[in-house]
Design a protein around this ligand. Structure first.
Ligand code: SAM
Length: 255
């Protein structure tokens, strides 16, 4: 087994510290009758992110946090497994499983080195999990390895437009200026946090997905509806109504 990379250790420490702040949001999302996505909670009905038929689908959530996405999948008939790097986040997920009487396996591991055999799953999903905190050149090949031929990869990330326009200081709102180069974007460390994020441009993402054997099916830029609210300061509603602050990729592993 390879040694754990520095960014995985740093992100584990960060998420163990942040976990308490995510418990209430986790409870709200577990309680929701219908899935909603991203920082604005845009309804599944508007976005159409999930496959229509999840019955009997073996799914893995890469960076499951409090586990609500996997809970939504389970309620739609899937057989989910949640994987996360943070023991504290998984402790919240376990408490919520007890509270809602809905149990599925929760595994502590890094999505860059997932402890599952090849071709175990029909769906791999990540909402701001591995998709944000893992190196795409490691976790996307790993997701391809975990998926069966024909399996689907769905992930939500900060949009490129947001990453280019947010100030260096962590969690300040996006501006209307390009503050850094697009070319070469990959690893990001914002001021005021030890955590490490990864964001790459659209061309690089398409080439990476194709090199891992995926057919790109969709790229959904999320526009929050008028009046939407968020507890995250990273973009104002006025900004997010004009430019994408989040995007969802859908890809299918070719048979
Ligand atoms: C924002 S949460 C995502 C969960 C949930 N969808 C949400 O939005 O709250 C980010 C999660 O990614 C996890 N994470 C960070 N690095 C990871 C890694 N290398 N492998 C698996 N999970 C990781 C963190 O521990 C954290 O629980």
């Amino acid at each position: 087994m390879n040694p754990t990379p520095g960014h995985v250790l740093r992100n584990r420490t960060a998420w163990d510290q942040w976990a308490a702040d995510y418990a209430a949001a986790g409870l709200r999302s577990w309680s929701a009758a219908e899935p909603s996505w991203g920082i604005w909670g845009v309804a599944e009905q508007q976005l159409g992110i999930l496959p229509a038929d999840l019955d009997g689908v073996d799914s893995v959530e890469l960076g499951c946090g409090t586990g609500y996405v996997s809970a939504w999948l389970a309620r739609r008939g899937a057989r989910p497994v949640g994987l996360d790097n943070s023991a504290a986040q998984l402790a919240t997920a376990r408490r919520l499983q007890e509270q809602f009487g809905l149990h599925f396996p929760l595994i502590q591991a890094s999505a860059e080195q997932a402890p599952f055999a090849d071709s175990t799953f029909g769906l791999a999903i990540s909402e701001y999990g591995a998709s944000n905190w893992c190196d795409p050149y490691i976790w996307i090949p790993e997701a391809a390895r975990l998926l069966r031929p024909g399996g689907q990869l769905i992930f939500l990330v900060n949009a490129v437009q947001l990453i280019l326009t947010v100030p260096e200081e962590y969690d300040l709102p996006a501006t209307e200026r390009l503050l850094r180069p697009f070319f070469g974007m990959h690893r990001f460390q914002w001021l005021g946090t030890d955590s490490v994020e990864f964001h790459i441009g659209h061309g690089d993402m398409i080439r990476l997905l194709r090199a891992c054997g995926f057919e790109v099916q969709d790229l959904i830029e999320i526009q929050p509806p008028p009046g939407a609210t968020t507890r995250h300061p990273i973009a104002t509603l006025e900004w997010a109504r004009q430019w994408p602050c989040e995007e969802v990729w859908k890809a299918r592993k070719q048979s």
